[in-house]
Design a protein around this ligand. Structure first.
Ligand SMILES: [Zn+2]
Ligand SMILES: [Zn+2]
Length: 265
C-alpha cells in the first residue's frame, strides 16, 4: 500500500573494500549501503560504494545516516549523482564524535588533493547534521547505541508504525555491549548483523572489529529478532564461500545479504 511501505533494499554488502570478478556476481561487489523506504521517507544506512546503485528518483529529502566514517561506509558519496543535481536536497547525518557532526571529517577525504572538490561544492543542496538519538525523520524514529569497533561505530534502530529494523554493522563481540544489544534489538522485525568473519578468523583477528554469523544467530535468539540479514562480507569471500557459510548456518530466517535484495516489513 503506497504511503505505508516499510522496506529495506540492499545496495552494497561488502566490508572493507569494493571488489570485482565473476565470483562476486550473486552477493555483490559494492560496499555497505542500504536504503530504507518508510512511507515517503528515503533513509540510507551508510554510504559505501553501493550508494551509486540508489534509485535516481526518491521521495522526500533523502537522509544518509552514517554509522561511522571508515572509508567503506562513505566512499560512495563522491559519485552519488544526486549531490550534483541542482535543487536536490540531501541530508547527511554524521556521528558527533568526529567533528561535532559538521562534515569536516568527510571533507578531509573529499577535498583536494585526494578528491577534486568538497561535496558541499557540488551543485545539489547538501546539509550536514549531527547524528543524535532519538532522531525523528517524518514518522520514523531512529535510536542508537555505541557498538564495539576500532574508533567506534553506532548501532541504529529505525522504527516505523510499530515495526523495526536494527542495523549492526562493524561490530565485534564483547560481553557488555552484546548484553546491551540484546535489549536494544528485542523483538526486532529485521536484524542486520556483521558476519564478516568465520569463527576461526574471529579467534585470530581479535580487535579487528568484526563478528561472525554464528554470533548473530545468538543475538537473534536472545533478542527474539524475527529474521536476520548477514552483512559486511569479506572482500576475499566470493559467492561460493558465502553460499557455503549460509548453508552452514542453515536457518530459514537467516540470509546472507545479496546486492539487490528487497525486504518488506
Ligand atoms: Zn566496514
Ligand atoms: Zn569500520
Amino acid at each position: 500500500m503506497s504511503g505505508a511501505e516499510f522496506s529495506l533494499t540492499v545496495l552494497g554488502t561488502r566490508g572493507s573494500m569494493a571488489v570485482s570478478g565473476r565470483d562476486y556476481s550473486e552477493f555483490g561487489m559494492a560496499t555497505s549501503c542500504y536504503l530504507v523506504k518508510a512511507g515517503d521517507e528515503s533513509i540510507f544506512l551508510d554510504a559505501g560504494s553501493g550508494l551509486v546503485n540508489a534509485p535516481s528518483e526518491l521521495t522526500g529529502t533523502p537522509v544518509i545516516l552514517l554509522s561511522h566514517l571508515h572509508i567503506d561506509h562513505i566512499m560512495g558519496l563522491g559519485m552519488y549523482t544526486r549531490l550534483s543535481r541542482r535543487g536536490a536536497d540531501t541530508r547527511i547525518c554524521v556521528p558527533v564524535r568526529y567533528d561535532g557532526g559538521t562534515g569536516r571529517a568527510i571533507d578531509s577525504l573529499f577535498s583536494p588533493p585526494l578528491w577534486p572538490l568538497k561535496l558541499a561544492d557540488y551543485n545539489g543542496n547538501l546539509k550536514y547534521d549531527p547524528l543524535s538519538f532519538p532522531m525523528h525523520i517524518g514518522e520514523v524514529t531512529v535510536d542508537g547505541m555505541e557498538g564495539n569497533h576500532p574508533g567506534g561505530c553506532l548501532v541504529m534502530k529505525l522504527c516505523y508504525r510499530g515495526k523495526t529494523i536494527v542495523y549492526v554493522t562493524d561490530y565485534e563481540y564483547e560481553e557488555e555491549s552484546f548484553a546491551a544489544l540484546t535489549v536494544f534489538a528485542r523483538g526486532t522485525d529485521l536484524l542486520l548483523y556483521d558476519g564478516q568473519f568465520t569463527v576461526e578468523e574471529s579467534k585470530v583477528k581479535k580487535g579487528y572489529g568484526h563478528s561472525t554469523a554464528e554470533q548473530g544467530v545468538i543475538l537473534m535468539e536472545q533478542s527474539g529478532a524475527k529474521r536476520m540479514l548477514i552483512i559486511h562480507h569479506a572482500p576475499d569471500c566470493g559467492d561460493t564461500a558465502l553460499k557455503e557459510r549460509e548453508a552452514r548456518i542453515n536457518n530459514a530466517n537467516v540470509r546472507y545479504a545479496r546486492e539487490g535484495d528487497v525486504l518488506r516489513l
